[in-house]
Design a protein around this ligand. Structure first.
Ligand code: HEM
Ligand code: NAG
Length: 356
């Protein structure tokens, strides 16, 4: 019986694929996750494959309130108690998406209804946890190591993330969720906490780290555009993906690149997930009168021939950027994750998207 069901899965997903139609026909970037998505796939693996190839959107706007009877056996986004937790989630990974979501909404929303400093730090935290990986790494990636006790918070590139790390560790111990899942869940939650942010498809079920991530895999703000493009390519991202990803600086501030201008935002509206960043970066002359701080890396990327067409296309086009960001971030949130067959989608537990 089970056998027949599994045999029917590829057919089912094929039907889905035809019905969905292509959203984006650009060439897929190289990357090891595609190597894991071959042969017979379950529904979630097929979904991930379809998002990465542009057949399905990386955004999912479906929302579900916490069910009255919330059991992980009925809904994988509900909490469960050990030892009843499905073993697929690993020893210490207990999902309780609805409760974590409510908690993060409190932590990430400012009095003005926009996303606050905790949220922007969480957005960066998810990237720094997952991004310390490339296709030659045998460990690392989206494994929660930055939140765990491996000392990564003391690395120079993680300066400024210590506060949100402490916050997330409290959430982890309160709700007993996996570190790896929480790092990515918090990124996606913070993104949607910013008005205009996309509801990026959110998966749970990753395994937690057993050691610190490899060093020297995160970008240097003073590096050349060619080196940055190559660094992200080794993680499976195209130059276009990179153009979309750095748009997260729409919700960012800097403190350590120029400490004399600590707290300066990287776009005019850091509490809003909008495309102002792309225009702001292009127009900024870097003088003392500028209200926005432009990172040297963003400046060189914005004019690089492999990036600039996409960069300019994002100016004034929020839906285009949100789609491309979500697609690229789904890949980010799964870097180094091997047990794709165990994952479940819990996007429905994220809050509603906000307009301004
Ligand atoms: C070329 C790639 C990138 C470089 C060189 C870079 C570099 C930086 C630097 C230097 C800062 C300022 C840190 C500080 O002084 O406090 C920053 C902040 C930030 N970055 Fe990036 N970044 C890159 C890509 C990304 C990506 C892919 C994301 C998310 C997906 C991201 C999200 C953020 C956020 C949200 C902040 C603000 C943190 C806060 O205000 O607490 N960055 N980035
Ligand atoms: C981009 O910025 C320039 C200069 O600040 C402004 O004149 C223009 O209207 C902006 N364009 C968009 C689409 O926001």
């Amino acid at each position: 019986m089970l056998h027949k069901f599994i045999a029917a899965l590829p057919l089912l997903s094929l039907a889905f694929l035809v019905a969905a139609g292509p959203l984006d026909l650009r060439e897929a970037a190289p990357g090891i996750i595609e190597d894991l998505l071959t042969g017979i796939l379950n529904i979630v693996q097929q979904l991930i494959k379809d998002v990465l190839s542009g057949v399905k959107s990386g955004i999912n706007d479906e929302i579900s309130a916490k069910p009255l009877v919330c059991l992980t056996t009925l809904d994988p986004c509900c909490p469960c108690e050990l030892p009843a937790c499905p073993s697929i989630h690993g020893a210490n990974i207990i999902s309780s998406g609805y409760d974590v979501s409510a908690e993060l909404t409190k932590q990430f929303t400012g009095p003005d209804g926009q996303c606050n400093d905790n949220a922007r730090a969480a957005i960066r935290f998810g990237f720094h946890d997952a991004g310390a990986w490339d296709k030659d790494s045998t460990f690392g990636g989206a494994d929660g190591s930055l939140m765990m006790d491996y000392g990564e918070e003391n690395r120079a590139e993680n300066n400024g993330l210590q506060g949100v790390r402490t916050l997330l560790r409290t959430v982890q111990s309160t709700y007993k969720v996996g570190y790896a899942d929480l790092a990515q869940y918090a990124h996606n939650h913070a993104t949607i906490t910013c008005p205009k942010g996309p509801r990026v498809r959110t998966f749970i079920g990753r395994k937690d780290a057993t050691q610190a991530n490899p060093t020297d895999k995160l970008p240097d703000v003073h590096d050349s555009a060619d080196n940055l493009i190559a660094l992200f390519q080794r993680k499976g991202f195209s130059a276009h993906d990179l153009a979309a990803l750095v748009g997260a600086h729409a919700a960012a501030k800097q403190r350590f690149v120029d400490p004399s201008a600590a707290g300066m935002p990287l776009d005019t509206t850091p509490g809003v997930w909008d495309v102002e960043f792309y225009n702001d970066t292009l127009n900024n002359q870097g003088g003392k009168n500028e209200k926005v701080f432009v990172l040297p890396s963003d400046k060189v990327l914005s004019t690089h021939p492999k990036v600039s067409d996409e960069w300019n296309a994002f100016v004034g086009d929020q839906p285009h950027w949100n789609e491309d960001y979500a697609k690229a971030y789904v890949r980010m949130s799964l870097l180094g994750v091997q047990n794709l067959k165990d994952l479940r989608e819990c996007t429905k537990t994220l809050p509603k998207k906000k307009s301004l």
